[in-house]
Ligand binder design. Structure first.
Ligand SMILES: Cc1cc2nc3c(=O)[nH]c(=O)nc-3n(C[C@H](O)[C@H](O)[C@H](O)COP(=O)(O)OP(=O)(O)OC[C@H]3O[C@@H](n4cnc5c(N)ncnc54)[C@H](O)[C@@H]3O)c2cc1C
Length: 298
């Protein structure tokens, strides 16, 4: 590996100053993507900025008003072990819990997964289904944007020169919201998704009809994408097996997969159909279980 200068700032201000001084610096989190690229000399940065020592970087907090806050050094394993994350943000926790192996999950961060911007990134569908935002700091100050718009292509993000991600915020879900994620991999573990699907469903209080739904597909386009036509079919309707099956069919038509060594485009479309049906049903069941537990508490 080529030698490089290493900085580990403790404040965001310091990090912004370092990135201003070294515009080509690469940000390091867990290194499970970046160090592999550096060893293969796909990337050969002269300067590395490690976000792991930033104050509060490894904090994973849940707040009744702000929702879930994920620091830039929060690992997949932290999420996997967080009962609170599973309870309220199941679709996201499921994505984090399938990444690589336990050794990888101890290093790999949620923010790194999103910034690496692989179309198959396992936490992205769940985060997008739950309306998560990326928090960004840079020379022009701070801003935030939806994770949905942050990943712009394979390995590409909306970050401008000198900017980095300070965390991810997942809002408090509306009452009676459930979510789910699943991916298909030929191998049981240590494999990347051939297709991943995340879904969220919110049920209306009085009627129990579907008030809002999101369906997010991974590894079937240059970035994770929403199946917006299928979502529209569900909104305002009483959910049923038949309706969900029809929406899954439509989602399959919205996927834009390629054929590659891992799967054909046709197989990926069929997977989208099957997994969407399963995940919308799972999110619906999760939402119903929350409705029941709310009634019990009342
Ligand atoms: C054996 C193995 C198995 C894997 N299995 C899976 C899998 O099943 N599913 C999956 O989705 N991925 C998998 N991956 C990929 C990888 O583990 C994940 O993408 C991981 O979440 C990346 O996080 P990291 O902290 O290691 O990021 P890093 O490698 O540190 O960084 C990744 C990229 O994001 C940038 N970056 C990191 N943090 C920031 C920040 N705060 N601001 C701006 N840019 C930033 C880096 O510059 C780099 O370009 C696997 C990798 C390996 C080696």
């Amino acid at each position: 590996m080529k030698s490089f200068d290493y900085f580990a700032p403790t404040t965001i201000r310091e990090a912004v100053d370092i990135l201003a001084k070294y515009p080509d610096a690469k940000v390091l989190a867990g290194g499970t993507d970046l160090l592999v690229h550096m060893k293969l000399r796909v990337r050969t940065p002269d300067v590395i900025l490690d976000v792991g020592r930033l104050s509060g970087a490894d904090a994973l907090t849940i707040d009744r008003k702000r929702g879930l806050t994920i620091g830039p050094a929060v690992t997949m394993r932290q999420v996997e072990l967080s009962q609170a994350a599973w309870k309220t943000y199941a679709g996201f926790a499921q994505g984090a819990s399938v990444v690589g192996s336990i050794q990888i999950r101890n290093l790999a961060t949620v923010v790194g997964n999103v910034c690496n911007a692989a179309p198959s990134a396992d936490v992205a569908p769940g985060l997008i289904a739950l309306g998560a935002k990326v928090r960004i700091a840079g020379p022009k100050g701070r801003r935030s944007m939806q994770v949905e718009n942050f990943m712009t292509g394979p390995g590409q993000t909306a970050l401008q020169q000198g900017e980095f991600v300070t965390g991810i915020q997942v809002p408090v879900p509306a009452a009676r919201t459930g979510s789910a994620f699943v991916r298909h991999t030929p191998r049981g573990a240590m494999d990347i998704a051939v297709v991943g699907v995340g879904a969220s469903v919110t049920l209306a209080a009085r009627t129990g009809a579907c008030q809002a739904a999101r369906i997010v597909m991974g590894a079937v386009a240059p970035t994770p994408i929403r199946a917006k036509k299928a979502e529209r079919m569900l909104r305002g309707q009483r959910l049923s097996e038949e309706l969900i099956a029809k929406a899954a069919e439509v989602a399959s038509g919205e996927a834009r997969p390629i054929s590659d060594v891992r799967a054909s485009a046709d197989f990926r479309r069929e997977l989208v159909r099957v997994l969407t049906k399963r995940m919308v049903t799972a999110a619906w069941e999760d939402a119903m279980s929350k409705t029941r537990s709310k009634r019990r508490a009342a």
